[in-house]
Design a protein around this ligand. Structure first.
Ligand SMILES: [Mn+2]
Length: 270
C-alpha cells in the first residue's frame, strides 16, 4: 500500500519537496567561508519551520570538504573553508511525508576547475539516471545508467584507467561511487517496499516515488590520482515520482546546475 502513492499522498510529498528545496536555496544564499557546518544546518531547519514543516525527515548532513565524503556525517561541527565544497543532505517532513534532497556547492560560491569537472560528471550521471526512472523500467536501471556515465567520466578525467566496459564489470567505479543510486521514499525517508521480486529487480510503476542520488567521493588520503581531485565529496539527490508520462522531479526547485548555483550565490550576474 505504501509503495503506490495516492493523489493526497503525492500532494503532501510535493509540499515537503518544495519546502525542502527552498531550505537548500537559503543555505546556498547564506553560505560563506568561516561559517560552521551547524550554522548551515540551522538555516535549513529555520526555513523549513518558517514554511510550516516543523520536523526534519532525518538529521541533516552538512559536510564541508572531506566531511562530504563521510556518508552519514551528522556531527556538522567543523568550520567551512574557503575553496572547499559543502555537501548538504537534508529534507523536511510535511503531513507525515518525507523529502530527501542533497546538493553540493562551493563554500565561496565559485567552483574551481577540478570541482566543476567532477560536479558536472555527477550531474550528468544523475540526469541519465532520472531519465531511466520511468514506468516499465526496472529498479536498477537508473543505477546502471549512472554507473555508465560515472565510469566513462572518471576515465576521461584520468581518475580511472582501462576500458569502460571492463571497469564497469569489475565495479572499479566503486572506489569512488560507494553507494547505490536511490531508495523508496514516502512516510519514511527510506520507505518500505521490496526492491526485488522473486530475485528480479522490481518494475517501476506510476505512483512510486524514489530518490536518485549518484555521488563521487575522493577523500584526502586517496593515492594514485592528481592532488586536485582530493578532498572532494559530491552527491546530487532528487525525489522522483514515476508517472505514466515519465519521471516527475518533485525537488526541481533546488538549484543544481553550476550556473544556477553560482548565480544564486551571487558570483554570476543575475
Ligand atoms: Mn537519500
Amino acid at each position: 500500500m505504501r509503495l503506490y502513492k495516492s493523489r493526497s499522498e503525492i500532494k503532501a510529498m510535493r509540499t515537503a519537496a518544495k519546502i525542502s528545496a527552498k531550505a537548500h536555496q537559503r543555505a546556498m544564499r547564506i553560505c560563506r567561508p568561516g561559517m560552521m557546518e551547524y550554522q548551515l544546518e540551522a538555516e535549513i531547519i529555520h526555513e523549513c519551520a518558517r514554511l510550516g514543516a516543523l520536523f526534519q525527515a532525518y538529521p541533516a548532513i552538512v559536510g564541508g570538504g572531506g566531511n562530504g565524503c563521510v556518508l552519514h556525517y551528522i556531527d556538522n561541527r567543523d568550520e567551512l573553508q574557503d575553496g572547499d565544497l559543502v555537501l548538504i543532505d537534508a529534507g523536511c517532513e510535511y503531513d507525515y511525508y518525507a523529502a530527501d534532497i542533497t546538493r553540493t556547492f562551493p563554500v565561496n560560491g565559485l567552483f574551481s576547475a577540478a570541482q566543476r569537472e567532477l560536479y558536472e560528471l555527477v550531474l550528468a550521471a544523475q540526469e541519465a539516471a532520472i531519465a531511466q526512472a520511468k514506468s516499465g523500467n526496472h529498479w536498477n536501471d537508473p543505477h546502471q545508467a549512472a554507473v555508465k556515465v560515472v565510469t566513462k567520466g572518471l576515465v576521461e578525467l584520468g581518475i580511472l584507467k582501462g576500458s569502460v566496459p571492463k571497469l564497469i564489470k569489475d565495479k572499479a567505479y566503486g572506489k569512488y561511487y560507494v553507494h547505490s543510486t536511490g531508495h523508496w521514499l514516502g512516510m519514511d525517508v527510506h520507505d518500505v517496499g521490496d526492491y526485488k521480486i522473486d530475485g528480479e529487480w522490481r518494475q517501476l510503476e506510476p505512483g512510486m516515488t524514489l530518490t536518485v542520488e549518484p555521488g563521487i567521493y575522493i577523500p584526502k588520503g586517496t593515492r594514485g590520482i592528481a592532488a586536485k581531485w582530493r578532498n572532494i565529496g559530491i552527491r546530487i539527490e532528487d525525489d522522483v515520482l514515476v508517472t505514466k508520462d515519465g519521471p516527475d522531479v518533485l525537488t526541481k526547485d533546488a538549484p543544481k546546475t553550476v550556473e544556477e548555483i553560482e548565480s544564486l550565490m551571487g558570483k554570476l550576474a543575475k
